[in-house]
Design a protein around this ligand. Structure first.
Ligand code: SF4
Length: 521
């Protein structure tokens, strides 16, 4: 299903390939170098079309002020990341490689291992993050320390070309992949559109919109459906020819996009650019099954094509000069910097400042944040279950749900951005009742449990932009040090100092939830 792409390619520097008796022979080293170069490029560079679309959000007079602000930050982020030091996002993803080997291509049969070596080299030698946890027993895990394993799926095709799609897939984005086993009853336009609008609205903002959305209806199996979702979200099915097995429906794409974007969620904090585009694929199906798959590629749209041909090894050319998409404008010409919040005072005073604001208001954070995410929260809960006191830092400062990428030499921190807040929802009431987590900072919408906990315990949830991690590291973090659980790697507890760090009040102490307010039914 990897079709010849209309993309521009650049040749990479690696061992030569050769043609023998009509067969293309590819040495293992080529796969290793190609995978390394792909995960290096895709961690720092974006497609020109994606950058153009972000600039379009900024320029669109219908965009909300928050969307214009977000689009500007994403474009700044792209420019900082293009310096090849700080990656686009702190979640540098699971490495996914989908390959199709032409029947006239000869290898030593070890290309999976060679691709893995290239991936390992990229994650261990660049400023990327190790996000993979291996089980040490059924209920315990340890970080693998090299971001392996990768997902490598190789299949066969006709011809003398080896084609690849390589994806650095962040956890938040991957989590918003859905399969719905439906029936023939959904195969009428009004029913399908109404179903899709409801399910797409439920994706929410936790996977960092604006999204490239993919919808696949049909497929010979659940797995085939979801594979097509992944390919379509990366634009790898754009050149798919219409056959008896399926087709791309651009009319339905054009009809769906404005309907989806009318949901009010916008590019993270309200507006009309929840999705930049939509791909709709219709596949054949078993008469008893109607799999419907939905998935997104987030604002860190890290997909790259590669191919090995008789002429050499080639990578899709991503945009190395994103400055051309950056508008000439200063932040405060948008909607001001927001209310300045000094985080180094007693937390009661910070809470009193936030009490004067309403949901949707922008703030500028200055001072200390405690960074803790999934495993650290599980440990805090275990402390309470053992009858121990929670660490004082959790009561004195706001908690930021995040996990940084590696720190480049000479910088205070690596790329640093919020993780999906919803995964910490079950801890909030418990921690707040013990005087901790009274101010939380992360991304995405949260459950009623958090709204109720904040109302009952006097807490606040603030949202900050997901997908601008290089910019956050370069412009807003002045200090970062590990405070506890260093063995957890990026999931350790960190203490960071921020300056002029933008955020929005999303849940307040009065039971108000920003996303509920803006969501249009
Ligand atoms: S931009 Fe958001 S969803 Fe995408 S990888 Fe980064 S944190 Fe995850």
């Amino acid at each position: 299903m990897l079709f010849p792409a209309p993309a521009a390619f650049r040749e990479i520097d690696t061992d030569p390939v050769s043609v023998e008796n009509g067969f293309l022979r590819v040495p293992a080293r080529v796969f290793e170098d190609l995978a390394f170069a792909a995960f290096r490029d895709v961690s720092h560079l974006l497609r020109a079309d994606h950058l153009r679309a972000l600039r379009g959000v900024f320029d669109d007079p219908r965009s909300s002020a928050n969307e214009r602000f977000a689009a500007l930050q994403f474009l700044k982020n792209a420019n900082i990341a293009a310096g090849m030091v700080l990656p686009l996002c702190q979640d540098t993803g699971t490495a996914i490689v989908l390959g199709e080997k032409g029947h006239l291509v000869l290898t030593d049969g070890e290309e999976s291992a060679a691709i893995e070596r290239g991936i390992k080299k990229a994650y261990t030698t660049l400023n990327l993050r190790y996000s993979q946890n291996a089980p040490t027993s059924f209920f315990t895990e340890k970080n693998t320390g090299d971001n392996l394993p990768a997902q490598i799926d190789l299949t066969a095709a006709k011809g003398n070309t080896y084609r690849f799609l390589m994806i650095a897939k962040g956890g938040g984005s991957a989590n918003k992949t859905y399969l719905f086993q439906q029936t023939r009853a959904l195969l009428n336009k009004p029913a399908l559109i109404s179903f899709l609008l409801e399910k797409i609205r439920e994706i929410g903002t936790a996977a960092c919109p604006p999204y490239h959305l993919a919808v696949v209806v049909g497929g010979t199996s659940a797995e085939a459906n979801l594979k097509a979702v992944k390919l379509a979200s990366a634009k790898a099915l754009d050149a798919m020819p219409a056959t008896e097995s399926g087709f791309r429906d651009t009319d339905l794409e054009n009809e769906l996009l404005p309907l989806i974007n009318a949901n009010g969620l916008g590019a993270q904090f309200g507006g009309s650019h929840f999705c930049l585009d939509v791909r709709v694929i219709r596949l054949s199906r078993h008469g008893a099954s109607l799999p419907v798959g939905i998935g997104v590629s987030c604002v860190a749209d890290r997909n790259i094509l590669a191919q090995i041909t008789p002429d050499g090894a080639f990578l899709e050319q991503l945009e190395t000069d994103p400055v051309q998409y950056l508008p000439d404008i200063r932040d405060n010409a948008l909607n001001g910097a927001g209310t300045r919040i000094d985080l180094n005072r007693p937390i009661s005073e910070t809470l009193a400042d936030l009490d004067k604001l309403k949901v949707g208001d922008r703030v500028s954070l200055n001072g200390t944040l405690i960074v803790a995410r999934d495993i650290a929260h599980a440990r805090f809960k275990e402390m309470l279950e053992r009858g121990e006191e929670l660490p004082d830092y959790l009561k004195r400062f706001p908690v930021y749900y995040a996990g940084p990428a590696k720190t480049p030499a000479g910088m205070p921190s690596g790329s640093f951005g919020p993780t999906t807040a919803g995964r910490m929802d079950s801890y909030v009431d418990l921690l707040q009742k013990h005087g901790a987590s009274l101010i939380m900072l992360a991304k995405g919408n949260r459950s009623d449990a958090v709204t109720n906990a904040c109302r009952d315990n006097g807490g606040f949830y603030l949202g900050t932009l997901g997908g601008a991690a290089a910019q956050t590291a370069a412009e807003h973090i002045t200090e970062c040090r590990c405070l506890a659980f260093p063995e957890l790697g990026m999931e350790a507890v960190w203490r960071i100092t921020v300056k002029d760090f933008p955020a929005f009040v999303l849940t307040d102490n009065k039971g108000n939830d920003f996303f509920k307010r803006i969501l249009k039914k």
